[in-house]
Design a protein around this ligand. Structure first.
Ligand SMILES: Nc1ncnc2c1ncn2[C@@H]1O[C@H](COP(=O)(O)OP(=O)(O)OP(=O)(O)O)[C@@H](O)[C@H]1O
Length: 224
């Protein structure tokens, strides 16, 4: 199986207010087309780990590989490009720009990457909206759509640069059960129809049970 994400022996300490060994010897692998979830008690280090895996935090020891390439130690400028191109991120809160239209929000990460023309990016963005059955919302202001719709727009935005992996930090944490189910269905379809890899931190056992693999964390370690 082709590996999309791999870590070797990741350790991290917080130094303030006192030394705290938050991540301990984290080695994990996520293959192409794999849908994995991370579970564990509040405070066990899940978000801290996801921050490192998504290349936003570089203050750790050990190694992080994306598509077989060593990411650890790369200059910030390269990291930001790799992040934008290869990693999609969906948070608990959608972080859409409320005064921009849905379409403009989805186009933003592709504009930042600046590899395609405005028209191509617009076509791609409409394609993602169609895929998520929200193309009718394209011209709506982001502030004027429902919570479930906002999360689907956030997923479309995370997919606009065709990432290798989609990461989620409690992506259904703010949603009711019907909208959570919709998001699970979308993730499953992305895996099955598009071969996307997904790694999702969740407290929702029902969600996690239906992923390919649950990575259990306990006190900064992977326990199973
Ligand atoms: N910047 C920081 N400085 C010091 N300690 C921190 C910092 N950020 C997080 N922590 C601590 O590190 C531990 C792990 O936090 P983290 O947010 O990764 O946990 P989590 O498993 O994602 O929790 P939750 O499920 O509640 O979101 C917690 O004890 C937290 O208080």
């Amino acid at each position: 199986m082709k590996l999309v994400l791999e870590t070797k022996n990741i350790d991290k300490h917080f130094h303030k207010p006192k030394d705290f060994h938050v991540l301990k010897d984290i080695s994990l692998k996520v293959g192409q087309g794999e849908f994995a979830s991370i579970m564990g008690k509040s405070g066990c280090g899940k978000s801290t780990l996801l921050y490192i895996l998504s290349t936003m935090d570089t203050d750790y020891t050990g190694e992080l590989y994306l598509n077989g390439e060593l990411i650890t130690g790369m200059p910030q400028q390269d990291l930001s490009r790799i992040r934008n191109k290869h990693i999609g991120f969906v948070f608990q809160f959608h972080y859409l720009l409320s005064e921009f239209s849905v379409l403009e929000n989805v186009m933003l990460p592709a504009k930042k990457l600046a590899e395609k023309s405005h028209d191509e990016i617009e076509q791609d963005a409409m394609g993602k909206l169609r895929m998520l059955h929200i193309e009718h919302l394209a011209q709506q202001k982001a502030s004027r759509i429902s919570g479930g719709e906002k999360q689907r727009v956030a997923i479309a935005r995370a997919l606009i640069n065709n990432p290798s992996i989609l990461m989620g930090d409690e992506p259904t944490g703010n949603l009711d059960s019907q909208n959570s189910e919709n998001v699970f269905g979308i993730f499953k379809r992305l895996k099955e129809e598009h071969g996307l890899s997904l790694l999702v931190v969740t407290h929702d056992e029902d969600f996690a049970k239906r992923t390919d693999r649950i990575i259990e964390m306990e006190d900064g370690r992977i326990s199973s």
